[in-house]
Design a protein around this ligand. Sequence first.
Ligand SMILES: *[C@@H]1O[C@H](CO)[C@@H](O)[C@H](O)[C@H]1NC(C)=O
Ligand SMILES: *[C@@H]1O[C@H](CO)[C@@H](O)[C@H](O)[C@H]1NC(C)=O
Ligand SMILES: *[C@@H]1O[C@H](CO)[C@@H](O)[C@H](O)[C@H]1NC(C)=O
Ligand SMILES: *[C@@H]1O[C@H](CO)[C@@H](O)[C@H](O)[C@H]1NC(C)=O
Length: 303
Amino acid sequence: MAYAMRTLWFLSLLIGLACCHVSSQQQCSYLANVNITASDAAPPKFVVTPRDCCDLCGTTSGCVAAVYSNYYCHLKTSFSEQVSSQGSLAIITGSPTTISSAPTTSPPPPSTTEAPLPVVTVIRETTCQTSSVCNRLYDFTCVTNAFVSGVCRGDNIRTCNAAGTNVTVTSFQYSGCDGAPVNAVVEPVVSCEFLSGSYFALTCDVEQVPATNVSLNRTSCPNGCGQGSGCTTTSFFTGVCGATNKPEGYYTIPWCYPDFVVYNYFMTTDCSGAVVFSVSEPIGAGLCFESSDQQNEIENVCG
Ligand SMILES: *[C@@H]1O[C@H](CO)[C@@H](O)[C@H](O)[C@H]1NC(C)=O
Ligand SMILES: *[C@@H]1O[C@H](CO)[C@@H](O)[C@H](O)[C@H]1NC(C)=O
Ligand SMILES: *[C@@H]1O[C@H](CO)[C@@H](O)[C@H](O)[C@H]1NC(C)=O
Ligand SMILES: *[C@@H]1O[C@H](CO)[C@@H](O)[C@H](O)[C@H]1NC(C)=O
């Protein structure tokens, strides 16, 4: 009897857990660098993660979408209008197909597993001659190479450890990283330090997967940032091969992250094949920096 009771108690505990886990599990899709202009349905609330913002919307009556920005969750009763906004994360409850179609009678099935936010770890290596904070805005000599953690570039793969405190560079005999690794070197992450004659920074940044097809303009002006005549603008769309725009003579796929832009350069006109090299630059209106030949002021604006 006691055994049966215990079994029942245990079973009900299991059922209880299953029940509550599922019901509190709001399914959301996330749109990086998107704001929703509908007015807030409630005062914004401080939350720790976009996932918390999704759950908060799921448990708030009338909430269908939210915007997560600077740790604040803005609840919305409408999912329009969606506008580009660097650093904002639009959160749409339910599955995307439900939103775009006419009102449906059956809600999407609740998901039983936590849908992780799509993230990417970007590794950046910056070398500067004079800036002791390794900041391109103050030093035209700063060059930042960007990599995606775990992805082969040439004959090596750079990978950040889970804590984001060091980077392992695994080298292979041939380009494409096939076969057995021949060497692995672990380098510590450093914010900016003087090493063999120049300043060097190595960072691991975990970022939300950036949005595609967002307008990005790289404007170069000889008379100072945004100053009148002589400016030339190269227009890109994020994630789209810029076959007609070839800074440095290469075909380019750019990506906008909240704090930097990454330009990936390719040899082929359709950007197929390997990334030849990849640089990161400052992003944002008014965040102007000198070109490496000191002839122009450059500004990257995304959104
Ligand atoms: C998002 O849009 C709202 C409404 O237009 C605006 O008040 C808010 O400042 C925007 N947020 C950001 C981070 O741009
Ligand atoms: C990587 O970083 C961690 C934490 O800072 C450190 O404990 C560990 O020793 C490092 N690994 C190597 C192989 O240097
Ligand atoms: C990208 O955006 C442009 C203009 O905003 C639009 O004309 C085009 O259809 C979009 N392409 C895709 C694949 O979404
Ligand atoms: C980029 O320039 C194009 C053409 O001038 C313009 O339509 C677009 O709005 C600009 N995009 C941004 C993000 O400023």
